[in-house]
Design a protein around this ligand. Structure first.
Ligand SMILES: [Zn+2]
Length: 66
């Protein structure tokens, strides 16, 4: 690893978050990406709970396709 080479392209990339912000600045793009991950995880959790509840014979209140 060329950690101390300031011209190393990988190191340059690590200076900021990739959206043109430095690490100590708040970055909306990073927060949005985090929120989208959270949203997708939540959607997967809902799907898993629904499937499991159906298996257990206690289906959740139906959505558009039940
Ligand atoms: Zn960012």
């Amino acid at each position: 690893m060329a950690e101390h080479d300031p011209n190393h392209p990988y190191l340059r990339r690590l200076v900021g978050c990739g959206h043109g912000k430095l690490w100590d600045e708040p970055c909306v793009d990073c927060e949005v990406a985090g929120l989208m991950d959270e949203y997708k995880r939540a959607a997967r959790t809902i799907a898993r709970v629904r499937d499991r509840m159906r298996v257990l014979g206690r289906p959740m209140p139906a959505g558009p396709r039940g």
